[in-house]
Design a protein around this ligand. Sequence first.
Ligand SMILES: Cc1ncc(COP(=O)(O)O)c(C=O)c1O
Length: 397
Amino acid sequence: MSLDTPFDTRFDTLIDRCGTDCAKWDSMQSLYGVSPDTGLSMWVADMDFHPPDCVQQALQGMIDHGVYGYYGDEGSYRDAIQWWMQTRHGWHIEKEWIFNTHGLVNGTGLCIDAFTEPGDGVILFTPVYHAFARVIKAAEREVVECKLVNADGRYEMDFDSYDAQMTGAEKMIILCSPHNPGGRVWSRSELDALAAFARRHDLILVSDEIHHDLVMPGHSHIPAALIEGITDRLIMMTATSKTFNLAGHHTGNVIIEDPDLRAQFGRRMAGLGLSANSFGLVMARAAYSPEGAAWVDDLVAYIDGNRQLFDAEVNAIPGLRSMALESTYLAWVDFSGTGMEQAEVIRRIQEGAEIAANHGTSFGSGGESFMRFNIGTQRARVKDACARLARAFGDLQ
Ligand SMILES: Cc1ncc(COP(=O)(O)O)c(C=O)c1O
């Protein structure tokens, strides 16, 4: 897609989200000191787009009917997930492998609870999505940071050094695939090496694949479930939330093929009395459809255009370097070339550019010199963000 494609009302129309009690725009002042009147919100990972019409129509159908009782038969919801994983990811699942959770942070917490004990080590490849460490610590488990190697602007894993780091207290890995932040789509050889590492150290592998549909042209995502020799220790997690911008529905899937792990997880779910939210199921079922699939293809092309624009303009600012995203709409920018302290980088972004962006330190070791910018927004806003950054760091030019 070229950057001067015609105006697409689905993605280019500016939508004012202020005053809707949304986290992204209505909390930017309290969290980042940036006014929603004059600033740009580029932090939390939801997009500024409406979902596809099929989702809106399904919700409208519920509203028109107007009786909001308990959800019953999940069969059609499970059919939709099965269809999506097969057609979009070449991954066959059985319907009884699926658990419905209150989103994937909840799914992560349930996995930690079901498969580890207090004091156990849980491995994260850092820098990585910040909620993982928060949940691990809250559950009184230990975060074990295995640092990704930044190989000239691309993250790689280094299993020799991770092997040396293991103490025997580690029980679980939480993988982010594709990776947030940095956008890596892990290759088959990397996933094979990861599976071997999990076997060597007898670790459960939880693979959070929430970003798996937002993969840039030229890359293809491999579900961890398609890797040999991992099924008996694998938990898969997927959701419609990032793909279709439905994060508020808080609906995720934990998918477990192994019968023993499934029974263990099922007992934990039952013990907490968890069951599905009907709005989430209706939205997700509508999204996982041919119409939803066509919308995602157009969305990915649009994000790819945003990515190209953002990278070209940001990389032209001396000292700034944006990682080439293979997936996600979360640009990860390294400010180490400016030679500035992190506090000064943050001051220039929040006070100078008036942009609310995630601080790299919150993603764990390796994130110190970075900031994360959400480019899942109208292209006009991405252009505006680039111009603001160029002005805020203009004295370096
Ligand atoms: C890797 C990853 N997992 C989970 C989530 C959040 O999932 P949920 O809203 O379903 O709890 C995010 C949100 O950014 C994410 O990036």
